[in-house]
Ligand binder design. Structure first.
Ligand code: APR
Length: 252
């Protein structure tokens, strides 16, 4: 991006508090399929909406466990891309920075972000279905079954938010507070289909935030934006950090 809108540069340079809201698109360039990408291979015949639900897990815990084991294997091979690294740099460079993510891959933390609110949990953490006991090691089980909690014996599941489940206890309040207090909100790589996430940028704008969207496509939020930067986050975010703060992002 060569020609930056002056109001955008001014908004970032004068911002006390920058809030970034990210979705699956920011991890696309790390090789992790987004939700709206078609499922590939073994899982092509399923949609996430059919597997990432408490009902699917109650009906067939082994199948849901196997799907998450496959997704975790993809994620464990993935590395943070320049977009993740640019947001980690922004946290260091801005007076105050909060990162709200719908992603469960933990790549923001791997890139060095610390102020991360995981709205949908984290696939790298495993809990049990009955009592949410945190479990790090479990007895292997035959293919098609879900392992059991060593404490209470209930089936294990990933510590993520399924369709129809409540967000983690303190996440919504923290996300609302950050959005109300934002001077700039950067919305990166989300189709903005899920609530309450999709209303956070509108809440931020109601409290005077300058809204910026980074996405190759238009979304339901595009019309609310003060600036729309169309393209891949892995290219645009490092350019934005260079334009505002003069800092180079490695591997960009
Ligand atoms: N850079 C930026 N954005 C990208 C890129 C990229 N390289 N590639 C794709 N995108 C955009 C797509 O255009 C789309 O708008 O990322 C967005 C991905 O949208 P979804 O797949 O719907 O993912 P997300 O918005 O995170 O989904 C939100 O819905 O499925 C549930 O709980 C699940 O957290 C998920 C939530």
């Amino acid at each position: 991006m060569t020609k930056w809108p002056q109001p955008l540069l001014a908004a970032f340079r004068s911002a006390e508090h920058i809030v970034a809201l990210t979705g699956a698109g920011i991890s696309a360039e790390s090789g992790i399929p987004t939700f709206r990408d078609a499922q590939t291979g073994l899982w092509a015949k399923f949609r996430p909406e059919e597997l990432a639900t408490p009902e699917a897990f109650a009906r067939n815990p082994g199948r849901v466990w196997a799907w998450y084991t496959w997704r975790r294997s993809l994620i464990e091979q993935a590395k943070p891309n320049p977009a993740h690294k640019a947001l980690a740099a922004m946290e260091r460079l801005a007076p105050k920075f909060t990162l709200l993510t719908q992603n469960i891959d933990g790549l923001h933390q791997m890139a060095g972000s610390q102020q991360v609110i995981e709205l949908h949990g984290n696939i790298r953490r495993t809990i049990c279905a009955e009592n949410r006991h945190a479990v790090e090691k479990w007895e292997p089980v035959p293919e098609g079954e879900a392992p059991r909690c060593p404490i209470c014996g209930s089936p294990l599941r990933p510590d993520v938010v399924w369709f129809g489940e409540a967000l983690p206890a303190d996440a919504p309040e923290a996300a609302y507070a950050a959005s109300r207090n934002a001077d700039v909100m950067l919305v990166v790589g989300t189709s903005a289909m899920m609530q309450p996430t999709a209303m956070l940028p509108v809440l931020a704008a109601e409290h005077g935030a300058y809204l910026v969207e980074i996405n190759p496509q238009e979304t339901a939020l595009t019309e609310f934006m003060d600036a729309v930067l169309k393209g891949p986050a892995g290219k645009i975010l490092p350019e934005l950090v260079r334009a505002v703060w003069g800092e180079e992002i490695r591997d960009a």
